[in-house]
Design a protein. Structure first.
Length: 196
């Protein structure tokens, strides 16, 4: 009987150890492993969402960089165009430019005169409204040849500042010909543009 009691005690001990191990495993699964898998699943979901958000933001950033480069190019082009119409203070430069074009073409001045101006409003590069005025300029120039007159015409078309040849009249005399030129030039009123 003593052996039977010892065997029963050993079975109880083995059963209690197995029961304790099973309870520990169940508790571990319930309170450690399951929450860990859930948190790993949440982390994976958040990671996917953040990757998607990051890729969208990277695309937006690359587009923004492209637009910034284009914006700088457009600003530079608008400055060039804006500077092609001088301010009222720079109207004298128009006369100088026209006289230089005529002289470069081989012309000799007989006389010149400036005329009246009129106004209209237009938008400038910064978006504010500026008054654009026109200025008439007439000159009588003697050219040695038709080629010299043609050079003046092509040079005035390529000038930085826009001038419009409205009228010209040619009269020939002694191997050369005189040309009466009538230009219209444009200037803008001075506006505080903040950096121009």
């Amino acid at each position: 009987m003593v052996d039977a009691n010892k065997k029963i005690q050993q079975y109880y001990w083995i059963v209690s150890v197995i029961t304790a191990v099973i309870i520990i495993v169940i508790l571990t699964v319930a309170f450690v492993i399951t929450p860990t898998f859930k948190s790993i699943g949440q982390v994976n979901t958040e990671l996917k969402e953040k990757k998607e958000t990051l890729s969208v933001k990277e695309k937006k950033l690359s587009k923004l960089k492209e637009l910034k480069v284009k914006e700088d190019e457009l600003k530079e082009q608008s400055r060039i165009v804006y500077r092609a119409i001088p301010t009222k203070k720079e109207v004298g430069d128009i006369f100088i430019e026209l006289n230089a074009l005529e002289t470069d073409a081989g012309g000799v001045f007989s006389g010149s005169k400036g005329g009246s101006s009129s106004a209209s409003s237009a938008s400038n590069a910064e978006g504010s409204v500026s008054e654009i005025n026109t200025l008439s300029y007439s000159s009588d120039v003697a050219f040695p040849s038709y080629g010299a007159f043609k050079k003046l015409l092509s040079d005035s078309e390529q000038a930085l500042r826009f001038v419009h040849l409205e009228h010209f009249a040619i009269s020939s005399s002694e191997g050369s010909f005189k040309v009466s030129l009538s230009y219209k030039a444009y200037y803008r009123n001075q506006i505080n543009t903040g950096g121009q």
